[in-house]
Design a protein around this ligand. Sequence first.
Ligand code: FEO
Length: 395
Amino acid sequence: MKRPVKNNIGWVGKIDWELRRFHGHELSTHRGSSYNSYLIREEKTVLIDTVWNPFAEEFVHGLAGEIPLEKIDAVVANHAEIDHSGALPELLSRIPDTPVYCSANAVKSLRGHYHRDWNFQVVKTGDRLALGDKELVFIEAPMLHWPDSMMCYLTGDAVLFSNDAFGQHYASEFLFNDLVDRSELFEEALKYYANILAPFSPLVTKKIRELLSLKLPLEMICPSHGVLWRRDPAQIIEAYGRWAAAYKENQVTIVYDTMWDGTRRLAEALARGIGQASPDIRIKLHNASRSDKNDIITDIFLSRAVLFGSPTINRGILTAMAALIEEVKGLKLQGKKAAAFGCYGWSGESVQRLNEGLKEAGFEVMGEGLRALWNPDEAALKAAREWGAALAASF
Ligand code: FEO
């Protein structure tokens, strides 16, 4: 095979170096991504997942360069989302009767996306597909991160094809974790977890327990995005175990938006007060209208406390902060403290609105917050520094 993975497993996916936005425009992908597809050539030949539909023709052409398409005995669709199923219509137009192994929910999703009635073979956890001496064992993983999500495990080679779980949006010419920069890799793996999998953390914990209870030997984890975990594959399972358990580091993240710099100056005064009171804490500041939204979320995920700031406008808050609150509500982050601050000129509801949003998002809100009338003067900035120092004592 042109890109060997292990024994009779080859990688036949697509590296997408150009990708900068994913899920429409919702998720930033600063380092591109890949859509990993695997070809297993035992006595039976099986293809696991495909690629995003803009690359469907390129994918099928490349696959035909590896093997005559009619020799593919089965396709496994671990997940119906378009980035993995997108080339199925092109592929199955060439080999229409090929069985497609997938979960019952994936049949609904695939029919919903493509309106085709392919040769679906529904599998559930524990079902096996014999490939000769080895078998593929299917493991459903509902809500990791879609209802249809599934993994499969190849006996003999001890390889787990985990689909989205354990993935990273990280384009690399090199396939394996031991061949790439470790800090880049973990930065992307963490961002992926914080922005995609965090809402499902209780299910992640449960699935990890289930996987470990099977006591399967594990030599490699092959996700559907990014590099493959060849060296010490258990490390990413252990990392997921930590991230799924109300993860926090010694970090505080201050996120604000500002119209005439008053709320920005409050944010910087807060950072000064916190830093003076707790020199060991890592402090991150983001202007929500200027920083990348997903980088902000990753910083919030890492934090033990978050401070949200906005001036009052039209009795509410600025839209970048409103959007961020909407996003963090959905992420269901656990065990984090929060507080609100902002400038105002007359009615001054922004801090109350921020507090309401933070409570709804599941944060433990500390106090009533800090408000400053008009542009903060030196007395107001001193009060902000002192409030920051007082908050730091309770993070
Ligand atoms: Fe990579 Fe849920 O698709």
